[in-house]
Design a protein around this ligand. Structure first.
Ligand code: UD1
Length: 430
């Protein structure tokens, strides 16, 4: 097993390059199923979730080749409609996008209920399934498999009573080849929704309004391959922005779209950090004491829930009391236990965390409960006095490319270290 060992107390200085967006890539890669053709996808992050998705596509019959580390060629001509077993979906929450893509392409899909990151407790997919039903699919669940089937999908009006990134994406995937017009109302507006729509339009789809809360999809009969470059990862960039401010460092974060980072920029400035925006990079630096602020996570363009744990670490180091409310997920404060073991003063009251700032963090053994909780532990470790050891880093590897190299290059004392599985019995010497 592996853990991260961080020797804290060093300010981050220098430049860091952001990789392609995980949440865009997990939607765009299965979208290639919608045409039997050749695709070249650039800016693909080398992280576990994406490598799992590529593995699933390969197991389904696609040919995957790497033109560079971040450019992947996908030949989908060998893919056929097939049930996708739990063996393939168990490590990847977003494998449910295979449902929309297979249904859109073959009018039928059978995919095992996914595993993956579970910070929100039960993560329902009722809205996804309601969307498929609205397009005329019959849905059944049996033996852990979700099946969706239609003689022919027909465009329809789909209203979501709750904003859902996943349901918006899944209905887009299912509707691109349906007969007639699909209108998604109260759609999610995240940057990766727009990225998927741009990709599908380049494949020949007719999608308008992505990035607003009404998306109109006029079905087309054929789609084709294309070359496409995935947007930079908003959350990876935001994580380095917060790490720069929290360590009182100075980072130039390159390959970003500053507009996507605005909700984070605004809050960092409110705390007293300086954020300078350039065309495709952003500089964050901080000196002296920062002050706390209140955060409420909301669907885009609100403050992203996926930045909530990282920002809470910063607030724990700021002066004053901050209130962090997560209005997207019910149960996203599990990591707070780990932070309090490092000396943070945080109390949970229902959907809010009350952060009493100005604590000095002290290194401790902690674990990464999930992907973004893990990122929060890294930031806490970078700021803490002494050594922090983070276990369960498999979660961090799901979403952060080369985190040890990237942080090491800007002055962090971080290493990936092998250690024996505590479950392993070590034989005694004779
Ligand atoms: C995506 C992101 C995840 C992020 C989340 C919110 C990906 C791969 N993952 O997850 O990192 O935290 O958006 O920005 O892009 N809901 C329902 N029924 C459904 C679907 C969702 O009630 O059928 C609820 C959820 O419980 C949650 C809220 O809607 O409270 C938002 O979930 P959703 O936007 O769907 O999140 P994901 O797409 O799973």
């Amino acid at each position: 097993m592996e853990k991260f060992v961080i020797r804290g107390g060093k300010a981050l200085h220098g430049e860091v390059e952001i990789s392609g967006a995980k949440n865009a890539a997990v939607a765009i890669l299965p979208a290639t199923i919608l045409a039997k053709d050749l695709f070249t996808i650039e800016n693909v992050p080398d992280i576990r979730d994406i490598n799992s998705m590529l593995q699933i596509l390969e197991d389904m019959g696609a040919r995957i080749s790497y033109l560079t580390r971040s450019t992947v060629q996908i030949d989908t001509r060998g893919i056929d409609s097939m049930p996708v077993p739990y063996e393939l979906t168990k490590n990847l929450r977003a494998s449910y996008y295979l449902l929309g893509a297979l249904l859109g392409m073959y009018n039928e899909a059978s995919v095992a209920m996914p595993g993956g990151c579970n910070f929100g407790g039960v993560r329902p997919i009722d809205l996804h399934l309601k969307g498929f039903s609205a397009l005329g699919a019959m849905i059944s669940t049996d033996g852990g498999m979700i099946e969706a089937k239609a003689a022919k999908l027909i465009g329809a009006s789909v209203y979501f009573d709750k904003v859902s990134v996943g349901a918006t994406i899944n209905v887009m995937l299912a509707a691109v080849k349906a007969r007639g017009l699909t209108i998604i109302e109260n759609a999610a507006k995240e940057p990766h929704i727009v990225d998927l729509a741009n990709f599908l339009n380049l494949m020949g789809a007719n999608i308008k309004g992505a990035g607003t809360d009404v998306i109109k999809i006029e079905g087309v009969s054929e789609l084709h391959g294309c070359t496409y470059s995935i947007i930079p990862d908003q959350i990876e960039a935001g994580t380095y922005m917060v790490a720069a401010a929290a360590t009182k460092g100075d980072l130039l974060i390159k390959n970003v779209i500053p507009k996507h980072l605005e909700p984070i920029t605004v809050k960092l400035r409110e705390c007293g950090a300086t954020v300078e925006e350039f065309d495709d990079s952003i500089r964050v630096y901080a000196e002296g004491r920062l002050h706390g602020c209140n955060i409420k996570t909301m669907p885009h363009p609100g403050f992203p829930t996926d930045m909530q744990p990282q920002f809470t670490v910063l607030l724990a180091l700021c002066e004053g009391i901050s209130i962090v409310t997560d209005s997207v997920w019910d149960n996203r404060f599990r990591y707070v236990d780990q932070l309090t073991r490092m000396g943070a003063q945080i109390q949970i009251e229902g959907k809010a965390a009350i952060v009493q700032g100005s604590a000095e963090l002290k290194g401790a053994p902690v674990r990464a409960d999930d992907l973004r909780a893990g990122a929060a532990m890294i930031i806490a470790g970078l700021c803490a006095r002494g050594t922090t050891e983070i276990e369960d880093i498999i979660h961090i590897d799901r979403g952060y490319e080369d985190v040890v190299r990237k942080l090491g290059a800007v002055g962090a004392g971080i290493a990936r270290v092998d250690f024996p599985d505590p479950g392993t019995v070590v034989p005694k010497r004779a």
